[in-house]
Design a protein around this ligand. Structure first.
Ligand SMILES: *Cc1c(COP(=O)(O)O)cnc(C)c1O
Length: 385
């Protein structure tokens, strides 16, 4: 009898041979940036909790109160059985925070993007997508069945030419606002000008800018000073906001359309109100605790000064994402393991998450780190190099 699992076993062996097998360490306890993993305590530089809010007492208390008031589940889709007053208030507060007229909350960023793009464009339309965009923008574009034009990373000349050539009915530019594996920022002001010129829309994914960039952490659109009815702003809330979920914000007509047509909104169970309450507390902390961003930016500068003489390229990044480009998959894994043996955890990121030959150590910093944490990381990197 043939073993039906054999073809998958062979495929897994292929991944192992290419050093592409991924593992999920089990986190047994969390204390700020120190984690107990597989019985050992490590200093972690692998979380996107950029402001250190996931354990903030105000968020925890808000979630607790939310659970006591509403229970821990929402029961059905918001369009079937409604959504909680907590999520409703959160949507208003998020819209105010990013200075856009209306917002719609989703259970996760991945789910948001695979629903939003197909609601915005379809057959006969065109999507213009940065070559380094996050997987969920790529998947959203594929699901939409629009024609997809991938332009080289942040290349405005190529983007302009592609827009000029396009005869599509509706045109949508898709970009990460802060690129998740490089930490650099998209030229949003120039992109929104292109939208005006070519009658196009701009959808930005601000997973890594919300809370970190812009005045009071209002995000990368505010950081770049853009404001246009053509802007569709999306950000996730599991990173700097410290909890879970995502939202899209923009012109009220566009948001109404998205609520009516985004399948991943319509056919998903509403999020628990306790998450909504935690996020409402989070937005207040993001707005008020400026010291978190100031501290984070000091840590970024300290790290960059400390890595200047390492043998690895450290591309310019003004954000909490600080990649050290190592190159080969096996080499990146070896560096990750060597620092791990010295009590520090930063993940090796390999293809297909990043382009072939650019495997890297993705260091992410948090306001929860101390200057001594950065110094320890720098010392260990020098030892390993
Ligand atoms: C993390 C991330 C997402 C996915 O968001 P989740 O809430 O984790 O599903 C989407 N886009 C970008 C750019 C991300 O980095």
């Amino acid at each position: 009898m043939i073993d039906p699992t054999l073809e998958f076993e062979t495929a897994l062996q292929g991944l192992a041979d290419a050093h592409l097998i991924r593992k999920r360490p089990v986190i047994e306890a969390v204390d700020g940036t120190h984690l107990r993993v597989d019985g050992n305590t490590v200093l972690a530089f692998c979380s996107n909790d950029y402001l250190g809010l996931s354990q903030h007492p105000a968020l925890i208390e808000a979630a607790r109160q939310g659970a006591l008031t509403y229970g821990v589940g929402a029961g059905a889709s918001p369009l079937v059985s409604g959504h909680s007053a907590a999520i409703d208030a959160l949507e208003h507060e998020l819209a105010d925070f990013v200075r856009l007229p209306r917002a719609l909350y989703f259970g996760s960023g991945y789910v948001a993007n695979i629903g939003l793009v197909p609601a915005l464009v379809g057959r006969g339309d065109a999507v213009f997508s940065d070559s380094l965009n996050h997987a969920c923008l790529i998947d959203g574009a594929r699901l939409s069945r629009a024609d997809i034009h991938v332009y080289p990373h942040n290349d405005l000349t190529a983007l302009t030419e592609a827009l000029q050539r396009s005869t599509a009915r509706r045109k949508l530019i898709l970009t990460d606002a802060v690129f998740s594996m490089d930490g650099d920022v998209a030229p949003l002001a120039e992109m929104i000008a292109l939208c005006e010129r070519f009658d196009a829309w701009l959808m930005i994914d601000d997973a890594h800018g919300f809370g970190v960039l812009g005045p009071q952490g209002r995000g990368t659109a505010a950081h770049c000073g853009i404001d246009s009815p053509r802007l569709i702003y999306m950000a996730t809330l599991g990173k700097a906001a410290g909890s879970a979920g995502a939202f899209v914000a923009g012109h009220p007509t566009v948001i109404e359309w998205l609520m009516q047509r985004a399948r991943s909104y319509i056919f998903a169970t509403a999020s628990p109100a306790m998450v909504g309450e935690a996020l409402r507390a989070s937005v207040k902390v993001i707005e008020q605790e400026e010291w978190r961003r100031e501290h984070l930016h000091r840590l970024i500068a300290r790290l960059r000064a400390g890595t200047a003489d390492l043998p690895w390229e450290h591309p310019a990044s003004p954000t909490a994402i600080q990649p050290l480009i190592i190159g080969g998959n096996a080499e990146a894994l070896a560096v990750m393991q060597a620092i791990r043996q010295r009590g520090i955890w930063a993940p090796a990121i390999r293809p297909p998450t990043v382009p072939e030959g650019t495997a890297r150590l993705r260091i992410s910093l948090s306001a929860a780190h101390s200057e001594a944490d950065i110094d320890r990381l720098v010392a260990v990197l020098h030892e390993v190099a």
